[in-house]
Design a protein around this ligand. Structure first.
Ligand code: ADP
Ligand code: MG
Length: 601
């Protein structure tokens, strides 16, 4: 037999393996994600290289990944038909740290230590292959590169400073191309070698790896088998026709083992958006987010250049939150993939929540979707998500796309679509007006208002502008807690006389700043002189009589003061002062102020 050669690991590798096993990854199951990711990379490489060199994939093997779990022996075997490794590559890739991800990991660890930091950094980097030792005490890698005519076996044992390489000689284990990794599980982790568990993990972590992943599963089908007739009976009753006899069957389940496709092979976001139907986008939405209603809109796009990612975003049909709650900090609406591998550190999805919060400002937290990044590390952590430049750039692009998508709804021929949107998410956008000044230009065209000329249907600023009088220089608005009090704004009357349209801003969240930035003119709500005519208790009859008596006086004062006041009114609120000027020009009346306080309490 060919010789078995022994090699020493590079010192860093030994250290890394130590670290991984002793302090990294509290959840061991990530090993499968890492190995599948490597297999997928190897298949990607083969696929990519075969474009220019078709010879590489001449060995007909399909591009796929197969995972076999041997429960009895506690062994998991993962085979891919990817690019494989030559003998030298085995040494370079699995014996030294030349690889970018791992090298960066160690460097960061070192920098962090030098800076007196703790080990918080651990977990930020995908340490890939060596995570196999989280669950296995012996790992073999049997691999065949198209560049070599021999297949080699690498073998490493946990805790050892050396590994071996020999030629594969067992004819049963010879593969045309690719890599077979065998994990001999540690006694404590033999439970991972369970076909069902493997299937679950694959579904969870790698559902959208673009190569088929097959797992070895027990299956069954039901078939009918004939049951022997009671011989005594058949003798007696010879006339029974054949059809009747055939009825004497029973159903049995035939069990067998076979490869079962365990993932969706083609992630929808990798497909050309021109070839995906709306129904497919909707189905993906319903399936991914466990929804039963279709989304209001979707947007599928790819960005390249500074950062590279693909994404499908959705506007949900309804707001999941109660009427008053605008922001849900527990949102898990954005699913992040790194090179098609779903990023989630646990089944609880804490990382998904952090992702969701990292890529959208909170007022847009209702947007759902998937984002598949090409640049982020597989083992992306909370820190990376919160601090990385890549994520910041992604956020910018995603926000822009989300706005485009919402604008798309607003431009829809079906006006009801946007009315539905505004009904559900108008308050979010109004919050955006308060919290995100940078995006005022994008928010403005999405806002809707009731107005003096449109009290039942909301209008957009564009519609307002279209409706402006030739000589009109400004957009007028009045802010109040209800349309009724807006209508009572004294200055309104004058504008309405001139048939100028006035927007009503009511409710708790008012996009005033946006309007002010646009140079809109606010209509002062209160600027009222109150005359004291009556004293003491409020008495409607008395008040009416006083109004009659002093109405002309009020008119006269108003005429004299002209534009300086909005109106002059009779009041029963004063006792000793003869009159009072109510409220500053742009302020609330005392009454309004009280209302506001009550509202925000
Ligand atoms: P990374 O994937 O970040 O490069 P890993 O530790 O996961 O780091 O893998 C180290 C290297 O080993 C890979 O870059 C690749 O060259 C090689 N490798 C690992 N698994 C496979 C495989 N299934 N087929 C071919 N090469 C592999
Ligand atoms: Mg890897």
């Amino acid at each position: 037999p060919p010789p078995v050669e022994k090699y020493e690991y590079q010192a860093e590798v030994s250290r890394l393996m130590d670290l991984i096993v002793n302090s990294l990854y509290s959840n061991k199951e990530v090993f499968l994600r890492e190995l599948i990711s490597n297999a997928s990379d190897a298949l990607d490489k083969l696929r990519y290289l075969s474009v220019t060199d078709p010879e590489l994939s001449k060995d007909a093997a399909d591009l796929d990944i197969r995972i076999y779990a041997d429960k009895e022996n506690g062994v998991i075997t993962l085979t891919d038909s990817g690019i494989g490794m030559t003998r030298q590559e085995l040494v370079d890739c699995l014996g030294t740290i030349a690889q970018s991800g791992t090298a960066k990991f160690l460097q960061a660890l070192k920098d962090n230590k030098d800076a007196g930091g703790d080990n918080n950094l651990i977990g930020q980097f995908g340490v890939g292959f060596y995570s196999a030792f989280l669950v296995a005490d012996r790992v073999t890698v049997s691999t065949k590169s198209p560049k070599s005519d021999k297949q080699y076996v690498w073998e490493g044992v946990e805790g050892s400073s050396s590994y071996t390489i020999k030629e594969e000689t067992d004819p049963q284990l010879i593969i045309p191309r690719g890599t077979r990794i065998t994990l001999h599980l540690k006694p404590d982790y033999k439970g991972f070698a369970d076909p069902e568990r493997v299937q679950k993990l694959v579904k969870n972590y790698s559902q959208f790896v673009s190569f088929p992943i097959y797992t070895w599963q027990e299956k069954g089908y039901t078939k009918e088998v004939e049951v022997d007739d009671d011989p005594a009976e058949s003798k007696q009753d010879n006339q029974h026709d054949q059809a009747e006899r055939k009825k004497k069957t029973k159903k049995v389940v035939e069990r067998y083992w076979d490869w079962e496709l365990t993932n969706e092979t083609q992630p929808i976001w990798l497909r050309n958006s021109k070839e995906v139907t709306t129904e497919e986008y909707n189905e993906f939405y319903r399936k991914t987010f466990n929804e039963y209603l279709d989304p209001l809109a979707s947007s599928h796009f790819t960005t390249e250049g500074e950062v590279e990612f693909r994404s499908i975003l959705y506007v949900p049909p309804v707001s999941p939150m109660g009427k008053d709650d605008v922001v849900n900090q527990k949102t898990k609406n954005i699913r992040l993939y790194v090179k098609r591998v779903f990023i989630s550190d646990d089944f609880d999805g804490e990382l998904v929540r952090i992702v969701s919060v990292a890529v959208f400002p909170r007022y847009l937290s209702f947007i759902k979707g998937v984002v598949d990044s090409h640049d982020l590390p597989l083992n992306v952590s909370r820190e990376i998500l919160q601090e990385s430049r890549i994520v910041r750039i992604m956020k910018k692009r995603l926000v822009k796309k989300a706005f485009d998508m919402i604008l798309g709804i607003s431009l829809s021929e079906n006006r009801e679509d946007y009315e539905k949107f505004w009904d559900n998410f108008g308050k979010h956008l109004k919050l955006g007006c308060i919290e995100d000044r940078e995006n005022h230009k994008r928010l403005a065209p999405l806002l809707r208002f009731f107005s003096s000329q449109s009290e039942n249907d909301m209008i957009s600023l564009d519609e307002y502008v279209e409706n402006m009088k030739a000589e009109q220089k400004a957009i007028y608005y009045v802010a109040s807690d209800s349309i009724t009090s807006a209508k009572n704004a004294p200055f309104l009357e004058k504008l309405l006389e001139k048939e100028l349209e006035v927007l009503y801003l009511q409710g708790r969240l008012r996009p005033r700043q946006v309007l002010d930035d646009l140079g809109c003119s606010v209509i002062p709500l209160n600027h009222v002189i109150t005359l004291s005519v009556l004293t003491g208790d409020k008495n409607e009859e008395k008040e009416a009589a006083a109004k009659k008596e002093f109405g002309q006086t009020c008119d006269w004062i108003k005429k004299r003061l002209g534009d300086k006041v909005a109106s002059v009114q009779i009041s029963s609120r004063l006792s000793s002062s003869p009159c009072v000027l109510v409220s500053g020009k742009f302020g609330w009346s005392a009454n309004m102020e009280r209302l506001m306080k009550a509202q925000s309490a």
